[in-house]
Design a protein around this ligand. Structure first.
Ligand code: NDP
Ligand SMILES: CCCCCCCCCCCCCCCC(=O)OCC(=O)COP(=O)(O)O
Length: 311
């Protein structure tokens, strides 16, 4: 075996690694897009990852349109960024804010009107806003399954579809969506959330292919745990707020680092980016390559959690 490795396999393995490294270097060198003066719309910009994206894209010189439901908190973010402008070397712009609820698609046309009014165009749409869920399917109201889907799936796709004609007309633009590792693997007690993120992945994969010929890229970003208020703001099976900062969330990645990775993905026009630790990343591959083992692991995870709840 040793002889086979040193004789035949080793050069092949080294050559494969070499090709991979070369590919990565070339990918890095690919023309990166400047965001100076680009109009960037960010949903869920009042907190967590959205707020960090606002900071990162503002520092990169983008003209921001910050969206959310809470006018006060959005205004605070806008004021913080405007105050920062004096310290940066780049030319920066005071952000514009637009208030709307993504779960209420009836108000979408009005929201889009306001978004387009800010700077007359949109160069990058970052669909970031979202809500998570914790619950057992048996004890979950269908209305909760529906409401998570409204916020995480129907809201973002309605906004995307409403802004897309303007991008097609100007023959440029970029659609970004913050999905989750749970858009690629489904874990127990997250049905509403995982389903909404799987739907998101599918929709934006279709969109990527359909608008490719307009030169409008679509980037799906799938992070693992990030240190934000996502678990605190999550809904439970009866629609009430979960209200707990889970250990997995508290020990997650720094949202500022994730925002910089989002910025990089936009600059490089990446198509699909997983930003997770090795174990969740491995789980994504396992789901495709060895599904029976993946399902076994998920069932055991569910049993353990059920037992813990009963104790
Ligand atoms: N934190 C994590 O571990 C991970 C997060 N993600 C994804 O990152 C994205 C950002 O979440 P994160 O920053 O972590 O969580 P936060 O709870 O901190 O932020 C969620 C944001 O979404 C906005 N939002 C929620 N519901 C609505 C709605 N109906 N209409 C408009 N805006 C809404 C909130 O704004 P407001 O309440 O002010 O309206 C808030 O700004 C989500 O899509 C999430 O799924 C993905 C993987 C891991
Ligand atoms: C042969 C080796 C097998 C190794 C595979 C081990 C499988 C381990 C399972 C790992 C599951 C990881 C789940 C990660 C979930 C995640 O990162 O979600 C991100 C979020 O969106 C968080 O949202 P939440 O509301 O759930 O906090």
């Amino acid at each position: 075996m040793e002889r086979v490795l040193t004789g035949g396999m080793m050069p092949l393995m080294l050559a494969s690694v070499g090709v991979l490294v070369l590919y990565r270097v070339l990918a890095r060198l690919r023309s990166v897009v400047s965001l100076q003066d680009a109009v960037v719309v960010i949903t869920g910009a009042s907190s967590g990852l959205g707020k960090e994206c606002a900071r990162a894209f503002h520092a990169a010189g983008a003209r921001l349109v910050l969206c959310g439901r809470d006018a006060g908190r959005l205004q605070e973010v806008a004021q913080e960024l405007t105050a920062r402008s004096a310290d940066t070397q780049k030319k920066t712009h005071p952000p514009c804010t637009v208030i709307f609820d993504l779960a209420n698609t009836d108000t979408m046309d009005r929201a889009v009107e306001q978004i387009l009014k800010c700077h007359g165009r949109v160069d990058v749409l970052i669909n970031n806003a979202g809500v998570s869920y914790r619950g057992n399917i048996l004890d979950t109201d269908l209305s909760v399954q529906r409401s998570v889907m409204e916020t995480n799936y129907f809201g973002p796709i309605a906004l995307t579809q409403a802004l897309l004609p303007a991008m097609v007309k100007q023959r440029s633009g970029h659609i970004v969506v913050i999905s989750s590792v749970q858009g690629k693997i489904a874990i127990p007690y997250r049905s509403a959330y995982a389903a909404s993120k799987h739907a998101t992945q599918a929709y934006f994969d279709c969109l990527r292919a359909e608008i490719d010929h307009y030169g409008i890229p679509v980037t799906v970003i799938s992070p693992g745990y990030i240190r934000t208020n996502l678990s605190v703001n999550a809904v439970t099976g009866d629609g009430s707020k979960y209200g707990v900062l889970d250990k997995t969330t508290a020990t997650g990645r720094d949202p500022g680092d994730v925002a910089l990775a989002v910025l990089r993905a936009v600059r490089q026009r990446s198509k699909d980016v997983v930003l997770a630790e090795p174990l969740p990343t491995l789980a994504v591959y396992l789901r495709t390559l060895w599904p029976t083992l993946f399902f076994r692991l998920m069932a055991s995870r569910a049993h353990k959690e059920q037992k813990r709840k009963e104790e």
